[in-house]
Design a protein. Structure first.
Length: 594
């Protein structure tokens, strides 16, 4: 893990001040080096440290600008509600209803935009430093590898920007050197051209990076291949706007690129399915063979610092009353819970949401569930994150999560998210007045790559190979009961797909899309999947209509969905933040519909 980084890199400038004193000029002032920053000349002459500073930005986020995009990828979908003390707690409510989303609400969008471009700025500075000082200080081979790493990082940040805002200004090292940031519009390149620039950076990284890096946490060839597959899969369905996206717009050449680059990941023996699904989301397994690329976080005991390198993006997402600072955000929906229902071990595709159901610990019924439910959603009457006994925030020893562990059940119900937090027995990395966890943020994990591969195989007609991949994933889920969730064994039933379910592209596509939802639930990507497939409006508007009347054990909640609506042709992408639009008036063009 890379643990050292430059905390603040700033240009050092001197302002010549005029004062109303006779015979006084600027030459009379003494230049003094500012304190608390590093000289730009000194920083730029240390290329390896500049690369480290670019890496440091991967986890340099906060709940108002979370780089894992949990509000924009989950809360915006049918998987998760915002949570918290009510709809006005944080400014993310417009994201969960879409109908009130504007260029200034939520204002958190501006922070996210700004910090992504700060991250890109560090990448650009590192590239300039490597070009000038790299070979003399690091040697030609190491310099090329570091350039590949930095271009990987820059592409990672740009992928997220384009994922959110469709067309964004492309600020690279040439723009930085020429100081033309404020003359760079967001429509200089089309969406597809921007995606191609991102691919070019990942392709450069793929060509020069080693398969194995001597330090964990650095980008390698396999991570670049996985990201290239992700880029091509995103482009293969269309541009994201529903009029130009979906089955009728599939680009077969791009799908073949997905297969090609997932071949690379599949062939690397260092990566594979972790044997138990639950282990994937425990900190002791955070750099296992499941992790293709992840944002590294640490506990203070790991890196001998005061607080460690905590994960602040998920600081609000601890369960209420279980964690000392659990603020109960990122709450699973009833629709998501219902999606885990099985009949004869297989998903209930067409009628899963007809009846609201939820399991009760120790009271099995005829309704059975995919085991991944009990690894993903915290539910009353069940242990939270597998702990049958823990000490809560009041110092009381309790055995199960209860309905008291929900902050506002009349608004956000009783479920809690579990994947992004450790077990309570491991404690927080930091806990006053906020909390942080030493949990890595997966950027791409192995099972995600294999599901991308299965998706491309289906669309290129290789249905049986896709079935084998999906059944391997389901078999892992079937094997993930005894170790962590034995208390739910009599509630679980999961079967492999028979060949008949993959007799047509349409049916195989349904199985794949369902599997992505269950396997990757609450991992911040559900909305982007719906948009890629061109089904966001039909899925979300149907979800809003049903979820607004949902209840749990007599408690109604989520009634705010009565005001929710997703507008195709507008809401596929988020509006450019108002402050950015008017920082240099006329420079940026707003996305359509806003």
């Amino acid at each position: 893990m890379i643990t050292k980084y430059i905390k603040n890199i700033a240009a050092v400038g001197f302002v010549c001040c005029m004062v109303n004193v006779a015979f006084t000029s600027c030459n009379d002032f003494i230049d003094v080096e500012p304190q608390g920053v590093i000289s730009e000349d000194l920083a730029m002459s240390q290329p390896d440290e500049m690369v480290t500073s670019a890496y440091a930005k991967l986890g340099d986020d906060w709940y108002t600008y979370p780089f894992n995009l949990w509000p924009y990828g989950d809360v915006s979908s049918d998987d998760a509600m915002k949570g918290g003390s009510g709809t006005t707690d944080t400014n993310y409510h417009p994201v969960e209803v879409w109908s009130t989303l504007t260029a200034s609400t939520p204002d958190h969008m501006d922070e996210l935009w700004y910090h992504f471009y700060c991250s890109i700025s560090r990448c650009n500075r590192a590239l300039v430093s490597l070009a000038e000082y790299g070979e003399s200080k690091l040697g030609a081979e190491t310099t090329k590898i570091r350039e590949g790493e930095v271009r990987f990082l820059r592409a990672h940040f740009y992928f997220k920007l384009v994922q959110l805002w469709y067309q964004v200004p492309w600020v690279d090292e040439e723009v930085y050197k020429n100081h033309t940031e404020e003359q760079t519009p967001n429509n200089a390149f089309s969406h597809e051209e921007l995606m191609q620039k991102i691919i070019d950076d990942f392709k450069f990284a793929y060509d020069v990076l080693p398969t194995v890096q001597p330090q964990g946490g650095r980008a390698n060839k396999t991570a670049a291949a996985a990201y290239l597959a992700k880029c091509y899969l995103t482009m293969a369905w269309g541009d994201g706007y529903e009029a130009n996206t979906g089955v009728s717009h599939i680009n077969q050449q791009y799908m073949q690129e997905v297969v090609k680059y997932t071949d690379v990941v599949k062939a690397n023996p260092a990566y594979g399915y972790l044997e138990d699904f639950g282990d994937i989301f425990l900190p002791e397994y955070k750099n296992s063979k499941e992790s293709v690329f992840a944002v590294q976080h640490s506990d203070y005991q790991d890196d001998n610092t005061l607080y460690g390198r905590g994960n602040w993006s998920n600081m609000l997402n601890g369960c209420w009353g279980i964690w000392s600072c659990g603020w109960d955000f990122h709450k699973p929906t009833q629709n998501l819970v219902n999606a885990f229902k099985t009949k004869d071990g297989l998903p209930m595709f067409d009628d899963y949401n007809n009846v609201t159901s939820y399991p009760t610990n120790g009271v099995p019924t005829a309704q059975k569930w995919d085991p991944r439910l009990f690894h993903t959603v915290g539910m009353p009457s069940f242990p939270y994150k597998y702990e049958t006994s823990f000490v809560n925030a009041n110092g009381e020893r309790v055995e199960m999560m209860t309905k008291d562990n929900s902050r506002t059940p009349n608004t956000y119900g009783y479920y809690a998210s579990m994947k992004e937090v450790p077990q309570r027995g491991n404690g927080e990395t930091f806990d006053n007045p906020w909390q942080a966890f030493a949990m890595n943020d997966y950027v791409i994990r192995y099972t995600d790559v294999m599901l991308m591969r299965a998706e491309a195989l289906i669309e290129t007609g290789k249905l049986e190979e896709a079935r084998q991949i999906i059944n391997d994933i389901r078999q892992r889920a079937k094997n993930s009961v005894a170790k962590h969730i034995s208390y739910a064994a009599d509630q679980c039933e999961i079967a492999l797909y028979p060949a008949s379910y993959f007799s047509s592209k349409e049916q195989a596509r349904k199985c794949l899309q369902w599997e992505r939802r269950l396997e990757l639930a609450m991992e911040c990507g559900r909305y982007f999947d719906l948009r890629r497939w061109g089904i966001a409006s039909q899925t979300l508007n149907k979800f809003f209509e049903k979820e607004k009347d949902v209840s749990y054990d007599g408690q109604t909640y989520a009634q705010y969905y009565k005001d929710a609506h997703f507008t195709a042709g507008k809401n596929e992408y988020f509006p450019l933040p108002y402050i950015q639009l008017f920082y240099v008036p006329g420079l940026y063009t707003q996305n359509k519909g806003y």
